[in-house]
Write a protein that binds this ligand. Structure first.
Ligand code: F3S
Length: 751
């Protein structure tokens, strides 16, 4: 059995007692989000009413999922944790590294050759530590998780932003960085700011061309890309129960586009049907006794304004299809207004490529509804005008769609069926175009449409829509086509209308599959040797960072005084550097190359104190390191905002930076620095930032008495012999100070 039924049954058995206790302590009705979060408090965490949006709380998630790009550094760190096996069920999914180019078979073969050492490494480590391994071609992480692991009332973290997809099946599922995954796999608590809760009430029922995707496309327009920050979106209302489980997953998946921590739906009949169809009747059976705990309390639904931080209502009966974009998923356009908007804004009218798939919209229901449009066009003698690409979300969906003649419909319309992988959704698309400089339009059923996201071309205007609308626009080859009002010309020159989409939520004959692509880890992997070639350019064994030497830090050179915004992208860029995610030395060549030097307003240009010349930041850091010298980074507000990428903390640590002193930190990055054994310090008096000069020697005093709440002292020795001294604050607790002393959280855990 792929999923851990005993663990899930254990969660349900404990549920009634836990929820009764929570209700007694909180003394009010509970939202579904609260029920799941509070039943997953870490065992040392006090049960009390935490302040939403303010308090940091430790949780104990049930599962971890990792995709192949982010799993590399997570597993390299896990190897240093001293553990023999993961503490909670965990899986690795090979979906990001497959490039879509010719066809599923050819592209998969190419990926297996070019990524062989990465796949071999992930296979071996998974086997050693008891992690389930999903081979390249098995499917996209979130679709595979939904089909096999997501369970109502559960909590998981995943090293990918669209982990919230599992919320469609009632699970709190949150996207995190690799270091967080390591914590949970190593049995440590996982910290999250208690989120605010946005209640979205769904009324009515979808009909015609409207689909589940349109709910979130409309909501993206209401909330914008930032409206869900530090919030969980909880859906409720009678409209919820008309949506399929996979439709709900689509909505939760794209909650990431409004910045939400995650999104969640209550358990209902559709969830039960999906669990049974995906071979998990035991889970549906176990739920029967606890069903009332897997939804918000009735009082919450009756007076939502009292219990949610914000309430939004959407009437599904009035919802029309949306087309969002270009360049941002919150540019929401109802289809009835889109032709006008498109003409006014001058979007390229020719629709060049339609793409269906990705983790967002690649369910059996999505495939059948899109295929119904294509079939209707074929029967009416309408030719497909644009290029058509399909990437199924999992081998189970692909196999079943092939068996049921759905892929055949697409192929007869000239579509290319790509591998069951992310492909064009993450820029892994070798698109062939006659002229990359020509502004052009594509429409996808994916979730993100930032510039260059799909094909790396800044001239591509990418729009997101439902799979059925993508199919219609692909057939028309016209960006402004509205299938609800516009006819198309058939091969006899007649004007014909496309029929409304129809589909099956679940396959009548049940799902089928020959080979899921899953490898179960061995029961005892302790004998397994993990091989990493010493000359590998993509993988490198992580050596534990050195413990603190017990002394104050004295007379360190300044590496860079960064000016303005310094996000994790400025600290550790993505793009071509993704290739080195498993090689700390190689990826460290991107350290802080995007940060602006306050002394010359240039990026990646800092003064070498030995030569007086200006050079790249990583180059200077490497020179300091080779001379046995540490260094210090100084920056301004909200340093490290953006992603939870642990490389942004590991690279400075690797290149011997001892301390980051800033006006303020983004909390997750601050914690990441602490985990890697770095000093994360803040100016008490923000003007002290101005005292730091280019040629300073910086000392950090007071470490022998480093304790919670006690400031440290900075001494700046300027090149003219003058000194400035001031205090800096820190937020280290007792445990985090032990991490610092041990050299990292992992060292501490191992010791
Ligand atoms: Fe990410 Fe892959 Fe989905 S790239 S958005 S997980 S298809």
């Amino acid at each position: 059995m792929i999923f851990d039924i005993k663990m899930i049954q254990g969660v349900y058995e404990a549920l009634p007692d836990k929820i009764n206790r929570i209700t007694q302590v909180l003394k009010r009705p509970l939202t579904l989000t609260e029920k799941i979060l509070y039943t997953h408090l870490s065992k040392d965490e006090e049960l009390k009413d935490y302040k939403r949006g303010e308090d940091y709380v430790n949780f104990a998630p049930d599962r971890v999922a990792m995709q192949d790009a982010t799993a590399q550094m997570a597993l390299l760190q896990l190897m240093n944790s001293g553990r023999k096996r993961v503490a909670v069920p965990s899986t690795v999914h090979c979906d990001h590294l497959i490039q879509a180019y010719k066809s599923a078979k050819e592209d998969l073969n190419t990926a297996e050759i070019t990524n062989k050492e990465v796949y071999d490494f992930l296979t071996e480590v998974s086997n050693k530590f008891g992690i389930g391994f999903w081979k390249p071609g098995a499917g996209i992480i979130h679709q595979v998780v939904l089909e096999n692991y997501a369970f109502p009332g559960g909590m998981m973290i995943g090293t990918d932003s669209h982990t919230p997809n599992a919320g469609g099946l009632g699970m709190i599922a949150i996207g995190v960085g690799g270091a967080d995954a390591v914590d949970v796999m190593a049995g440590m608590p996982w910290e999250l700011k208690m989120p605010r809760i946005i209640g979205v009430k769904l009324t009515g029922k979808l009909s015609g061309w409207a689909s589940a995707k349109d709910v979130i496309l409309k909501l993206a327009g209401i909330l914008t890309v930032k409206g869900g920050t530090n919030a969980i979106i909880e859906y409720f209302g009678e409209g919820v129960h008309s949506l399929s489980a996979t439709g709900k997953a689509t909505i939760c998946n794209m909650g990431a586009e409004v910045g939400a921590t995650t999104s969640i739906f209550p358990y209902d009949e559709k969830s039960a049907e999906y669990l049974i169809a995906t071979d998990r009747k035991e889970v549906a059976d176990a739920i029967k006794a606890v069903r009332q705990y897997l939804q918000a309390d009735t009082e919450v639904e009756l007076s939502p304004e009292k219990y949610y931080d914000r309430v939004i209502e959407i009437n599904l009966s009035e919802l029309e299809p949306y087309i969002n974009g270009p360049f941002t998923p919150d540019a929401a356009n109802p289809i009835s207004e889109f032709a006008k908007v498109s003409a006014e804004k001058g979007y390229p009218q020719k629709m060049e490529v339609g793409l269906i798939g990705s983790c967002t919209n690649s369910s059996y229901e999505d495939m059948t509804r899109a295929a119904s449009i294509v079939k209707d066009a074929q029967e009416k003698g309408i030719k497909v005008k644009a290029q058509f690409i399909i990437n199924p979300g999992s081998e189970q969906v692909r196999y079943t769609s092939e068996r049921d003649g759905i892929l055949d419909v697409f192929e007869k319309a000239g579509a290319t069926i790509m591998a069951n992988a992310c492909g064009p959704c993450i820029g892994q698309w070798k698109r062939e175009t006659d002229n990359p400089d020509r502004p052009n339009s594509i429409v996808t059923s994916f979730n993100r449409n930032f510039a260059k996201r799909n094909d790396g071309n800044p001239n591509t205007h990418a729009f997101v829509a439902s799979p059925e609308l993508v199919a219609a626009l692909t057939i028309a080859g016209d960006l402004s086509f509205n299938p609800m009002t516009d006819p198309l010309l058939n091969d006899k020159g007649e004007k014909v209308m496309l029929k409304e989409p129809v589909g099956a939520e679940l396959p009548n004959k049940g799902f089928g599959v020959d080979d899921l692509g899953y490898i179960e880890p061995v029961a005892d992997g302790s004998h397994i040797e993990v091989n990493i070639a010493p000359d590998s350019q993509r993988l490198q064994v992580l050596h534990p960072f050195a413990a603190w030497d017990g002394k104050d830090i004295t007379a360190l050179p300044l590496l860079i005084k960064a000016k303005g915004k310094c996000t994790t992208d400025h600290i550790s860029m993505a793009g071509p550097w993704l290739r080195f995610r498993g090689h700390l030395d190689n990826i460290s060549d991107n350290m802080l190359i995007g940060a602006v030097n306050a002394f010359n307003d240039k990026t990646n240009s800092v003064k070498n104190p030995f030569t007086g010349e200006f050079e790249a930041v990583p180059q200077l850091a490497r020179e300091f390191k080779s001379k046995g010298l540490g260094s210090v980074v100084v920056a301004e507000e909200n340093y490290g905002e953006g992603s939870s990428r642990e490389h942004a903390a590991m690279e400075p640590r690797f290149l011997n930076v001892k301390a980051i002193i800033v006006k303020s930190f983004a909390r997750i990055h601050e914690t990441n620095l602490k985990k890697q054994g770095m000093l994360a310090l803040t100016f008490i008096n923000k003007e002290d930032y101005d005292k730091v000069r280019e040629d300073d020697k910086i000392s950090i005093l007071g470490l022998s008495d480093f304790r919670p709440g006690r400031n440290l002292t900075i001494e700046l020795l300027h090149s003219d012999g003058e000194k400035d001294t001031f205090e800096v604050a820190h937020t280290y607790n007792h445990l985090q100070i032990e991490w610092f002393k041990a050299g990292s959280a992992l060292n501490y855990m191992k010791n």
